[in-house]
Design a protein around this ligand. Structure first.
Ligand code: N7H
Length: 453
């Protein structure tokens, strides 16, 4: 593992040295997507599945049952689609690469860079590190290529919504040396993300796991034309939308109420009636809101961003000030990237997905059962979350990522005039096709215990 230790540790150092090198942004086909030359930057991260650590002879218990058992074992509880009525019998409907018994996943290299050329060159370099006398000591289970979307869709995921707006800030990192969190940004304890720091609740982990983090990876294809068709059809059936709005506007409103943000990223809590691009682009304002815990008139309880970060909705369950906040302990650092081509004209016309596209979801957390796995099971898939004073109101599923074993889902709050009405969600437009739980070690551990020292 030693050769993987960073030689160029800071972006500042790189930008001072390399300057612009003439490389232009390309897509997976090698076509130039942006005409201006890029700064050549490439970063590599490596993370290990439990079986990978075992293979290296590092068998210490990281004290996380989900990591230990692997994500395949968690698929039934996550409500992933598959065959089998019990956990023991269950086989998720995942891509073969994630199911192989004879070639299990030991680890992952994450390579990010300015262009496919740079990334591919780095991939070759890594493969060479593990090759001696023409024989490689690693086997490639799958090479997955993610990419930012082109042109004005840069930063947006495939349903069209701006992503990566709300991330937690870390205490002791983002609030020191003159830095401070953005308005509305949660400042969380370091121990929510890193082992052995702050209020990391698990004691007794090996010393070398300090400053590492669990990485949850999910391959999540998205059915974009089908999602768009649903928005148009369902918005047409919502009485208060139907009377005076043209169909695309009604569909946009319904989509924004399902996500909690407009496509630009503007939060509906602040801009309830129409999109507001200036608000979306203003980091001083685009997170500066909290919900009204008693009402879903402006933002449905089930809206994706409200399910995933209910902000102050759970304040009634707050412990003493030195306890970790009931929402903050479940926040995650998201580092995913879209994959797959843009929707084609044919797909738009037939309203049917022909080419696979979606999100390679990546999140970091100190404890999987507090982070990704908790968010999916206890909040997104839980129709009774958030808990409300009025028992007659049922929030329903997170319409974006909520999963039901029978795939029958509904949400309330879609119609701002009749918030208790239940909106049937005709299908799941985000699928789960595989994934794994990894441990992403500190640089120190990489050069130490993981290199046999
Ligand atoms: Fe989500 N989407 O396009 O609708 N997500 N997400 N997510 N997500 C967020 O605030 C999306 C997924 C979170 O702090 C935005 O940065 C899609 C999983 C969390 O306010 C949008 C997929 C999980 C937040 C999307 C997907 C989460 C968040 C708004 C799958 C965890 C921050 C942009 C294909 C289990 C909430 C932003 C906050 C935001 C979408 C997956 C979690 C637009 C399409 C699996 C914690």
């Amino acid at each position: 593992m030693k050769p993987l230790k960073p030689r160029e540790p800071t972006l500042q150092k790189i930008s001072g040295k390399n300057a612009v090198n003439g490389v232009k942004a390309t897509n997976t086909l090698g076509e130039i997507t942006e005409d201006k030359p890029l700064l050549s930057v490439v970063g590599v991260n490596v993370a290990f599945a439990k079986k990978g650590l075992d293979a290296l002879g590092v068998t210490d218990d990281l004290l996380d049952p989900l990591f230990k058992a692997g994500q395949k074992d968690d698929a039934f509880a996550l409500n992933d689609k598959g065959v089998g009525a019990t956990k023991e019998e269950f086989k998720p409907d995942w891509d073969e690469a994630f199911l192989q018994e004879n070639q299990e996943i030991h680890g992952v290299f994450l390579i990010a860079g300015d262009s496919f050329d740079t990334v591919n060159a780095k991939l070759d370099e890594i493969k060479n590190i593990f090759t001696a006398d023409g024989t490689s000591s690693i086997a490639d289970v799958a090479t997955l290529a993610g990419d930012v979307r082109p042109g004005e869709n840069k930063g947006h995921e495939h349903f069209g919504y701006m992503d990566g707006i709300s991330q937690p800030a870390l205490k002791g990192v983002d609030d020191v040396n003159g830095k401070q969190p953005l308005p509305g940004q949660s400042l969380i304890d370091l121990g929510v993300v890193l082992h052995g720091r702050g209020k990391d609740a698990i004691t007794g982990r090996p010393e070398w796991s300090k400053d590492g983090s669990f990485l949850a990876f999910r391959k999540l294809p998205q059915l974009v034309p089908e999602f768009d068709k649903f928005l148009l059809d369902a918005a047409g059936n919502i009485k208060s939308f139907d009377d005076f709005l043209d169909p695309p506007t009604a569909a946009d409103i319904l989509g924004a109420r399902m996500v909690g943000r407009w496509k630009s990223g503007a939060p509906i809590r602040v801009a309830p009636l129409e999109d507001d691009v200036a608000l979306a682009n203003d980091p001083q304002r685009n997170n500066k809101f909290r919900f009204n815990p008693e009402s879903q008139e402006i933002c449905p309880f089930a809206a994706h961003i409200r399910k995933m970060n209910p902000r102050k909705d759970l304040d009634k369950f707050k412990g003493p000030p030195d306890f970790v906040d009931p929402v903050d302990e479940h926040l995650i650092m998201r580092r995913g990237i879209p994959f797959g081509p843009e929707v084609t004209t044919e797909e738009k016309l037939t309203k049917t997905t022909k080419y696979e596209r979606g999100l390679y979801f990546v999140s970091y957390q100190a404890d999987l059962s507090n982070g990704f796995s908790f968010l999916q099971k206890s909040w997104a898939n839980n129709t009774a979350f958030p808990p409300l004073n009025d028992p007659s109101v049922v929030p329903g599923f997170d319409p974006i990522i909520g999963q039901a074993l029978d795939e029958v889902r509904a949400m309330s709050g879609a119609n701002d005039d009749a918030t208790n009405d239940s909106l049937p969600l005709s299908r799941q437009w985000v699928q789960s096709k595989g994934g794994e739980y990894f441990f992403s070690p500190s640089i120190k551990a990489l050069g130490g215990v993981l290199s046999g020292n």
